[in-house]
Design a protein around this ligand. Sequence first.
Ligand SMILES: Cc1cc2nc3c(=O)[nH]c(=O)nc-3n(C[C@H](O)[C@H](O)[C@H](O)COP(=O)(O)OP(=O)(O)OC[C@H]3O[C@@H](n4cnc5c(N)ncnc54)[C@H](O)[C@@H]3O)c2cc1C
Length: 393
Amino acid sequence: MTEKYRHLYVIIEHEDGKFLPVSFEMIGEARRLLDDFNLKYSSNEKVVAVILGHNIKDISKKLIEYGSDVVIFADNPELKDIRNTIYTKVICQIAQDTKSLGEIEPEYAGEVKKPRYMFFAADSIGRHLSSTVLVELESGLASDINQLVIEDIEMSHQQKTGGTKETYKKTLKMYRPDFSGFLWTTILCLDNKNPAFQRDYHPQSCSIIPGVFESLKPDSSREGKIIEFIPTIDEEDLKVKVLSRQIIKSVVDFDTPRTIVSFGRGIKENPEQNIRLVENLAKELNAEIGVTLPISKKPYSVSQALDSKYMIPDRVIGTSGHKTSAMLYVAAGVSGAMQHVWGMKDSGFVVAINPDEDAPIKNECDIFIKGRMEDVIPLLIEEIKKQIQIVEA
Ligand SMILES: Cc1cc2nc3c(=O)[nH]c(=O)nc-3n(C[C@H](O)[C@H](O)[C@H](O)COP(=O)(O)OP(=O)(O)OC[C@H]3O[C@@H](n4cnc5c(N)ncnc54)[C@H](O)[C@@H]3O)c2cc1C
């Protein structure tokens, strides 16, 4: 049987030649998956790192050391800064380039049309890029994934299989929390085997949450192929110009502080007063303030000072924001959705304040204080002040 799809392509992210950790994490997971895959299917499919930029040839080798079998690099001054239109075009060219697919495995030259799987980072760049690339490649995309399995599945589906039971070999099962944040969802990207709507959906692709997977230890003795791809770039693709670039340092520091006080939509009864309470508690604990994702979308009207200081994406804890390993994490008015918990579960000691005993955060904390933040936080502040006086006396 001919092989139309082979290999796992990982789209690498770097900042002026310095790799983002998620790039190595994706390669690590790709390596683990393909090692099992090759064993299970007696195959020899490759982890292919794809990197775009300018003056990047020398850094490509590092991607082999971290677990790739092959690196395909496109080096061009127009690729120095990430611009979605041109990056989408070049990645699609690479994904459909039968010449480099033939170089990877000469025995399959001319046969393989596209990668079997593709990984992107689920950060602001990768989320955007993955969506535009997969539209161009006419396949599906699962975003914000944090668990992956490859296996054969059997299923019958009215649309996909015309109601008969079919086997889908080498299926990438992509897991993520559902939109509520309280249940797991499995996403599959399956070809239509129904004769009435026959159509392929490859590559099976996803964006991967940074920090979820572990990178491998680099091994300088690893060997692999490095392939240069010469992209076709037209004037039309370069309409967006980068005139200047400035890296803005966040005013929020989740790395240094040993304590974080986070608040969520539980502030809703009196948002202004409740944020002030959180602020006072954070002051007593010398803590940084975090928020849940909905808070960063400014769901309640508060004074401009509090809005611009706290209801901002920079403060989000979770898969869409920061991961913390604070010694003490206080979650006030936070329900404990999976996406939020992922960001705080490595904290040393967790205190949750919530009137709802069934809130999932109860399963994630060391101390659950059943009560409204309006009632609990003033008591906590009073007690902390007392304890500080005793210690200082
Ligand atoms: C793709 C995607 C990515 C996401 N990423 C993130 C992420 O990174 N971070 C994140 O946080 N969320 C994220 N979310 C959203 C997540 O699924 C939840 O919707 C969100 O975390 C819930 O926020 P919350 O706890 O503030 O609100 P709610 O779920 O509404 O919970 C509010 C809690 O406050 C309690 N409460 C009510 N009154 C009081 C009171 N007076 N005092 C104290 N407690 C009170 C309630 O009992 C309730 O438990 C994401 C969702 C999606 C779909």
